[in-house]
Design a protein around this ligand. Structure first.
Ligand code: HEC
Length: 254
């Protein structure tokens, strides 16, 4: 927790640090996020609300902000919200914290800023790297978050992957089993792998947007700012040429 806090503070200072890998056995998978693709962000928001908001909050984000940033119609916005909530409400979860603590042993963290703390690649790898581990409370473990207390919410869609271990000799002569990869599920999920992959990509894109909604506006201002700088440079160049025209004239001696 302390590590996450320190990295969050560093990020506030503009130092782009993310928790690259949490001691897990597999390298992070890359995901590219296009914040201009509002349809993908909307699909991600739908998955977030349906699959994550039961346990997790996103209490620094309001439904109304999502609706206006993603240019949603009234019907689309309403489809994201529980019926008794208003557009001005935050994306809260209805799971009481003490109940969550009893069931999971920990309160599921707020996810509003999670993409800024962990980074998109980590989130994408995390959400697709649950694997069967009967020794754990929910029967699953995670390759980049060993010992995680979150159930595999995508188990039905993705199927439950199998771990691949390698025996590593330790300096003291003993040996240890290390996780080196994941195998396709024995019982496949009910969603074709490509469709599942794009569902997770859209979800990660939504979480990146949620972590810094202003980025979307910044990106749309970008071309105007660059255009202004270019125009200003041309104007300044013309002005400079005009000033120097007189100065550069050879001084006539009588
Ligand atoms: C059934 C409850 C539940 C659901 C549903 C759920 N989670 Fe979790 N999640 C948890 C719990 C509990 C933890 C804390 C795990 C721990 O610390 O061991 C957690 C942890 C996480 C973390 C790690 C946060 C960190 O510490 O960096 C992320 C990321 C995350 N969840 C994302 C999601 C996403 C995205 C969804 C929706 C697809 C989701 N969760 C759905 C219970 C849930």
């Amino acid at each position: 927790m302390m590590k996450v806090l320190v990295i969050f503070l560093l990020n506030l200072l503009g130092v782009g640090v993310v928790l690259a890998s949490d001691g897990g056995g597999i390298p992070l998978k890359h995901v590219s996020v296009n914040l201009a693709d509002r349809a993908a962000l909307y699909r991600g928001a739908q998955t977030f609300v349906a699959q994550c908001a039961t346990c997790h909050t996103a209490e620094y984000m309001r439904y109304g902000r999502v609706a206006s940033d993603l240019h949603l119609s009234k019907a689309q916005a309403e489809s994201l919200m529980p019926p008794h909530l208003k557009l001005g409400d935050e994306m809260v979860s209805f799971m009481p914290a003490d109940y969550a603590k009893t069931v999971f042993g920990t309160v599921p963290p707020d996810l509003t800023l999670i993409a800024r703390v962990r980074g998109a690649d980590w989130l994408y790898t995390y959400l697709t790297s649950f694997y069967a581990d009967p020794t754990k409370r929910w029967g699953v473990n995670n390759a980049v978050f060993p010992g995680v207390n979150m159930p595999d919410v995508f188990a039905a869609m993705q199927g439950v992957q199998e771990p691949v271990y390698n025996t590593v000799k330790l300096p003291d002569g003993s040996s240890e089993e290390r996780l080196v990869g994941l195998k396709a599920p024995v019982i496949p999920g009910n969603m074709p792998p490509a469709e599942f992959d794009s569902l997770v990509r859209d979800l990660v894109a939504y979480m990146v947007y949620m972590g810094e909604p202003a980025k979307m506006q910044r990106m749309s201002y970008g071309p105007y700012v660059l255009g202004f700088i270019l125009l200003f440079t041309v104007l300044m160049f013309l002005l400079k040429t005009d000033y120097w025209r007189d100065i550069k004239k050879p001084v006539k001696s009588d």
